[in-house]
Write a protein that binds this ligand. Structure first.
Ligand code: GAP
Length: 410
C-alpha cells in the first residue's frame, strides 16, 4: 500500500505543478493558512460549487439562495455566541478565532469581524426572505461564500486554513419535524458526496458527543473522511434548534418568527444545518481521484475525476503541429466545440503520448485527435482517460457525446 504521507506530497506537488493550488503569497515566503487557487483549481472549485448550487438551490422548490456581506454588524457575533464562545485553548487562556477588523475611519471606526461562518448572513436575512417570498415551512436558505478563522495551527494543505469557503444551508422547520429533516439531510449529504466523486468507503459518520458539540447544537453528525493525515471532519450536519433566530430576535428586537398562513399560529422555526467546506471537498475529491496504474506497459498517474467536476472536459490536438492543414482543421473542430463546451483546451505541445499524460494528470476525461483521415471523412479519435481506449467518431457527434456524459444525475 502506498505510503500515506507520500500520497499527500504527490497531491500537493501535482497541484502546484499543474496549476491547481499554490501557496498564498508564495514569492514573499507564504502566509500561513492561505492558499491560492490557480486556473485549474478555480475551475475545479467552481464546478463543485455549481453542482452544489444546482443540487440544493436551483434544483429544489423549497430553497432560496443568498449572497450576504462578509462584514456584518458586530452584534451579530455577540448574539450568535461567537464573541464569547468561539475560541480554542492556547496555553492557559482561550483564544478567540475570529479575525477582528475596523469598519470606518478615525473616531467613527467600529470594531467588527470577518465572518467565521456563512450561516450568520442567512439568519439575519430570514425575515427578508419571508417578507419577499412568503415561503411555506419547511424551507431553506443556501449560501456559498468565504469564512475566516484565525486557526491556531493551520495545516494539512487546504484542510485547515485561515480563509476558506463554505457552502451552507439553514433549513427552517417546525421543532416537531427535526428528526425527520435531520435524516433527510443526512441522505442528501451522502448524495452530494457521490455526485462529486468522493470515495464512499472513505466517509464515516461520527455522532458528536455532548461535550464536543458547538454551543448552538443539540445534535451533530460529522461526516469524516479518511485523509492521508488521518480521519478528519469533512462536513457537519447540526440541529441548531431555534438558538440563532431567538438570539438574533432578542439582540436586534426585530421579530424573527414564522406565521402559519392557515392557522395564523406564530412561532420561531427550528433549524437543520448541513455545512460543507469547499476546500475540504476539493481535497477529498483530489484524494479520491488520484490513481496510479500502468497503461501500455508504462506507469502513469491520473485524476479519475467525474466529468462534471473535471476542470477540463476535453483536449483537442492536431496529430502533428507542423502540418497546416491538420492544424487548420483541428482549430475548426476546437472552435466549434468550445462554443458549446467552454471548459475545453487546445494542446499541441510535444508528442501525442506526452499530451495524453499531461491531460491524464489533470483529469481530462477525453482527448480528441485530428489526423489525416479527419480531412477526408470528418471523423476524429476520442480517447478515454480511464481505459486509454480510442474510438473513431464523426466530429458532428462530439458535443452531444460529451454533453451527455457531463450531465449529472441530481
Ligand atoms: N455553520 C457551521 C459551521 O461553521 P464548522 O464545523 O465549524 O460548522 C463547517 O464548519 C465546515 O466548514 C467544516 O465541516 C469544514 O468543511 C469547513 N471548515 C471549517 N473550518 C475550516 C478551516 N479552518 N479550513 C477549511 N475548512 C474549514
Amino acid at each position: 500500500m502506498e505510503d500515506k504521507n507520500d500520497l499527500m506530497e504527490k497531491i500537493v506537488s501535482l497541484c502546484k505543478r499543474r496549476g491547481f493550488i499554490y501557496q498564498g503569497s508564495e514569492i514573499y515566503g507564504g502566509l500561513a493558512g492561505t492558499w491560492d487557487y490557480g486556473p485549474l483549481g478555480v475551475a475545479l472549485k467552481n464546478n463543485i460549487k455549481n453542482l452544489w448550487w444546482r443540487m440544493f438551490v436551483d434544483g429544489r422548490d423549497d430553497m432560496y439562495g443568498i449572497d450576504a456581506a462578509i462584514l456584518m454588524h458586530p452584534k451579530v457575533w455577540e448574539a450568535s455566541g461567537h464573541v464569547s464562545g468561539f475560541s480554542d485553548p492556547l496555553g492557559n487562556t482561550r483564544f478567540n478565532l475570529m479575525f477582528e477588523t475596523k469598519v470606518g475611519t478615525g473616531e467613527e471606526a467600529t470594531k467588527s469581524y470577518l465572518r467565521p461562518e456563512t450561516a450568520g448572513g442567512i439568519f439575519v436575512n430570514f425575515k427578508n426572505i419571508v417578507d419577499s417570498f412568503h415561503p411555506k415551512l419547511p424551507f431553506g436558505v443556501g449560501q456559498i461564500g468565504k469564512a475566516f478563522r484565525n486557526e491556531i495551527a493551520p495545516r494539512d494543505f487546504v484542510f485547515r486554513t485561515r480563509e476558506f469557503e463554505q457552502m451552507e444551508i439553514e433549513y427552517f422547520i417546525r421543532d416537531s419535524e427535526w428528526e425527520k429533516s435531520f435524516e433527510e439531510w443526512r441522505t442528501e449529504v451522502c448524495r452530494f458526496n457521490d455526485a462529486v466523486g468522493i470515495t464512499k468507503k472513505s466517509v464515516h459518520e461520527l455522532e458528536v458527543p455532548d461535550s464536543e458539540r458547538a454551543h448552538y447544537s443539540k445534535r451533530t453528525i460529522d461526516f469524516e473522511f479518511d485523509f492521508p493525515f488521518g480521519r478528519k471532519e469533512l462536513y457537519g450536519l447540526a440541529y441548531r434548534t431555534d438558538f440563532d433566530l431567538s438570539a438574533h430576535e432578542r439582540a436586534s428586537t426585530v421579530e424573527l418568527k414564522y406565521q402559519d398562513p392557515e392557522t395564523n399560529e406564530k412561532f420561531t422555526p427550528h433549524v437543520i444545518e448541513p455545512s460543507f467546506g469547499v476546500d475540504r471537498t476539493v481535497l477529498a475529491v483530489l484524494i479520491s481521484a488520484h490513481t496510479e496504474d500502468e497503461l501500455g506497459g508504462e506507469k502513469r498517474t491520473y485524476l479519475k475525476l467525474k466529468p462534471a467536476i473535471a476542470p477540463v472536459k476535453a483536449a483537442v490536438f492536431p496529430l502533428l503541429k507542423n502540418k497546416p492543414e491538420l492544424v487548420g482543421k483541428a482549430r475548426e473542430v476546437y472552435a466549434a466545440l468550445k462554443k458549446e463546451i467552454p471548459q475545453i483546451v487546445w494542446d499541441d505541445n510535444g508528442n501525442i503520448g506526452k499530451r495524453y499524460r499531461r491531460q491524464d494528470e489533470i483529469g481530462t476525461p477525453w482527448c480528441i485527435t485530428i489526423d489525416f483521415d479527419t480531412l477526408t471523412d470528418d471523423t476524429v479519435t476520442v480517447r478515454d482517460r480511464d481505459t486509454g481506449e480510442q474510438q473513431r467518431m464523426p466530429t458532428v457527434e462530439l458535443s452531444s457525446l460529451i454533453l451527455k456524459k457531463l450531465s449529472v444525475i441530481v
